[in-house]
Ligand binder design. Structure first.
Ligand SMILES: *Cc1c(COP(=O)(O)O)cnc(C)c1O
Length: 366
């Protein structure tokens, strides 16, 4: 090309650093000639999918050649019953990532700002940058969201506030009192997004399910996903709950068929399989204990987590990540999250956790 195509791009895109996903197992095995690698890098459900989901997908296979229901009726109906809301409060997404992007496209402009916490989920700065909007990152407190500081940092330009509860990669959470007080303090002309991707794992009595507050706060959006506890990460399906006026706006920019047929039937079936969620949560609690006991015995400090992952202080995160790769264990480096001493590890099966612990011990010894 005779002109520099980079200069043609929108300013925000010029400054964009793409999301770094967890390394796929096949890639590691191909690049390093390793077998039996384990991936504990993307907070996926180690149980695999539920049998009921598998059956629903098999039953749906003959529909492959047809477009999916662009309105996602069966899934929205099931979600409306689960959350006791009208269907016009629900926006379906190709993963909740898609929904976060819709929110940015609807509400952010180059003149306005998105607020999020230091160490918060990378997608918030990313969707903000893609619009060319301003960043309003607020310093964390004890690795978690400092809602008092966030309230103090609001400006007339702040249009969207992202709160991950619990947060990834830190596993920290905000309690009912703190979150409610924050929502009450934020003016109604600012959209507050509470991302509850890991809610199914949280057992703390004082943890707020923000979806209960939709009637009170017309500027609240709650996002959920089927990628984590529901075990459907590859299908890409998530959703937002909000006031119908917000749903209406989000659906204007949504692709007409953003959630595919298999995702729709799988998510609908997954909602019926409460045993699978119970088993997943139980496995996660046992695995969390297995890992924290190992860290304690190794003298490693970690950030207490209520999710299905934990950030552990290994001194040099990037180096340990690389060494673990060579031993066939994929974790997540978090230097990009301003946590260079840490790696984040997802809770796996007992055997996967044991393989990780053994590899980590041999890394730390050398
Ligand atoms: C994994 C994750 C999501 C969900 O992503 P999907 O696009 O639904 O797969 C959303 N928010 C946070 C904080 C996450 O860690």
């Amino acid at each position: 090309m005779s002109c520099d195509v980079f200069q043609l791009a929108q300013q925000g895109v010029q400054g964009l650093k793409p999301y770094q996903p967890g390394k796929p197992i096949e890639e590691l095995e191909r690049e390093y000639g390793i077998q039996n690698a384990v991936k504990l890098a993307s907070n996926e459900n180690p149980l695999g999918m539920s049998e009921q989901v598998k059956q629903a997908i098999q039953d749906s296979l003959p529909e492959m050649a047809r477009y999916p229901d662009g309105n996602g009726f069966i899934l929205k109906q099931a979600l409306a019953a689960k959350h006791q809301v009208d269907m016009d409060c629900i926006t379906l997404g190709n993963g909740s990532n898609d929904v976060l992007e819709l929110i940015a496209r609807v509400f952010l402009t180059p003149e306005s700002a998105a607020m999020y916490s230091q160490h918060a989920f990378a997608v918030y700065p990313l969707v903000t940058q893609a619009i060319g909007a301003k960043h309003n990152a607020v310093a964390a407190k004890d690795w978690g969201h400092d809602l008092t500081a966030m309230q103090a940092a609001l400006t007339p330009k702040t249009r969207v506030i992202f709160i991950a509860n619990p947060n990834n990669p830190t596993g920290t959470w905000v309690n009912k009192t703190e979150l409610k007080a924050f929502l009450q303090a934020v003016p109604e002309d600012k959209i507050v997004v509470v991302d509850e991707a890991y809610i199914e794992y949280v057992a703390e009595a004082d943890y707020p399910d923000a979806s209960q507050w939709l009637n009170e706060f017309p500027n609240l959006i709650v996002t959920r996903t089927f990628s984590k506890a529901y075990g459907l990460a590859s299908l890409r399906v998530g959703y937002a709950l909000s006031h119908p006026d917000i749903t209406n706006l989000l659906n204007r920019v949504r692709q007409p068929f953003n959630v595919n047929q298999f995702a729709l039937v799988a998510a609908t079936a997954a909602l019926q399989d409460s045993q699978y969620i119970q088993d997943s949560v139980k496995l996660n609690q046992a695995g969390m204990q297995q890992l924290t006991e190992a860290f304690d015995s190794m003298g490693l400090s970690y950030i207490p987590s209520v999710g299905n992952f934990i950030a552990v202080d290994v001194g040099q995160g990037d180096a340990i990540y690389e060494t673990l790769l060579r031993k066939g264990v994929i974790v997540r480096p978090v230097t990009a999250y301003q946590m260079p001493q840490y790696v984040r590890v997802s809770i796996g099966t007992e055997a996967e956790n044991a393989q990780f612990i053994q590899a980590l011990k041999s890394c730390m010894a050398s």
